[in-house]
Design a protein around this ligand. Structure first.
Ligand code: ADP
Ligand code: MG
Length: 399
């Protein structure tokens, strides 16, 4: 991996203006943030820079205003939440460049924190317009990107600015990049990947990338049904993309060629209806699924065998739940395998990195998120990284 600069590479920043790209796209209800994970994640970088004496200007997007001002999507709405998270006062600045922004920066003192307006109020942001980026760069001395979750977008505040000012990874970005490097960049082998979730079609590129990189590919969730069908298993009424069985076969062949073992469940949890603890619930071999049954989770024998596979591995990357974990007892395989992975991580034999919206929810549900080596909350950026894509926001930091 190309090297990137971190806050450790900054010299004396006293009185210098830091433009810090953060993810403040907080989920909101009734004007209040319902989850402060993203705000908490960027607090260390902001406080470190402020304490070092920089004037810290926060740059972020909020919702999808599509290049126009919308009062309902102003970042002023989260100023209060951010002040509570940081334990500091913040000055809200209703622009990102120009005389109003310049004046505001002029009255800030070393160590002050300013919150610039939603970058997506201007069409130049998503177009990565050089003139727009230059306007922002004009008010800053250096650029810090702490928003890995936005790094898959080549926007002015995520990519353009990195070419116009000295650019550094913030602490959250640094942690994320180091974790991802340890998981798939130059991992300790053997590496296992768990890929689950609803559909093969949403994760084709992930599967295609992983077969060439990992020694064990563990497929669970609804997508396992498509692979089972490709192997001639009758999956009954299960969620299954029958039109993708050819693709599933090609993935298994590619895996074979590159020495990657594909693990599919051999016992499964089935029911005729998708409800909590249904009367029709039973565990059976994959070859015994009845025409009116749905596979809703991986079976207990397979979970035990997969746990044994993890015990032989040094690295694990996980995206997607093993079953329909939102409804009991179809959470059992996800919870069981997650507990094994967590125990191995705590013991120190496994480096475990997981990401994905439902995956993070499932690991929280299992009560083991804190025991994984690293949990990415980045969503789209995490998936694109699992696809092996170059993320423009990261590439610009490495340039
Ligand atoms: P992530 O958000 O972590 O990337 P996905 O969105 O791909 O994960 O998949 C999560 C969804 O997959 C969950 O809603 C879960 O209920 C569903 N799912 C998992 N296994 C099955 C299954 N056997 N049948 C139907 N849905 C499933
Ligand atoms: Mg999802």
């Amino acid at each position: 991996m190309a090297a990137f600069k971190t806050l450790d590479d900054l010299g004396d920043v006293t009185g210098k203006v830091a433009l810090v790209r953060v993810d403040l796209n907080l989920p909101m209800a009734d004007g209040r943030a319902t989850d402060l994970t993203r705000a908490n994640a960027v607090a260390p970088t902001i406080l470190e820079l402020a304490d070092a004496g920089a004037k810290v200007l926060l740059l972020a997007h909020f919702g999808r205003p599509k290049g126009e001002r919308h009062s309902t999507l102003s970042l002023s709405l989260i100023q209060g939440e951010m002040e509570r998270v940081l334990g500091r006062e913040i000055m809200f600045i209703p622009e990102v460049s120009g005389p109003v922004a310049e004046q505001a920066v002029g009255i800030m003192r070393a160590g002050d924190i300013g919150l610039l307006e939603n970058t997506r109020f201007w069409p130049g942001e998503e177009k990565n317009d050089p003139a727009f980026a230059q306007g922002i760069a004009a008010i800053g001395d250096f650029y810090v990107n702490d928003a890995f979750s936005a790094a898959h977008r080549a926007h002015a505040s995520t990519e353009g600015l990195a070419h116009l000012l000295p650019a550094y990874a913030g602490r959250a970005m640094e942690k994320e990049l180091n974790a991802l490097e340890a998981a798939l960049g130059s991992p300790q082998t053997p590496v296992a990947a768990v890929v689950g979730g609803a559909k093969v079609s949403t994760k084709l590129a992930v599967l295609e990338n992983l077969v060439g990189k990992v020694q064990h590919l563990i497929i669970g969730g609804g997508m396992a049904n498509t692979f089972l069908a490709a192997r001639g298993v009758d999956v009954g009424k299960s969620l299954c993309e029958h039109d993708l069985t050819g693709t599933a076969e090609a993935i298994m062949e590619a895996a074979d060629k590159s020495g990657c073992t594909v693990h599919l469940p051999y016992d499964v949890v089935v029911a005729t209806e998708f409800a909590a603890n249904p009367a029709s619930l039973r565990i059976c071999n994959v070859h015994e699924v009845a025409p009116d049954e749905m596979i809703l989770d991986v079976g207990p024998q397979a979970v035990e065998a997969l746990g044994d596979v993890l015990k032989t591995c040094r690295t694990l990357v996980w995206n997607g739940p093993m079953g329909a974990f939102e409804i009991v007892p179809f959470d059992a395989a996800t919870v069981g395998l997650a507990k094994t992975a967590a125990a191995l991580s705590v013991e120190g034999s496994l480096t475990s990195v997981a990401g994905g919206g439902d995956t993070v929810a499932a690991l929280n549900h299992a009560g083991v998120a804190g025991d994984f080596t690293y949990i990415s909350t980045a969503g789209g950026a995490f998936l694109e990284w699992m696809e092996g894509k170059v993320l423009p926001g990261v590439a610009a930091l490495e340039a």
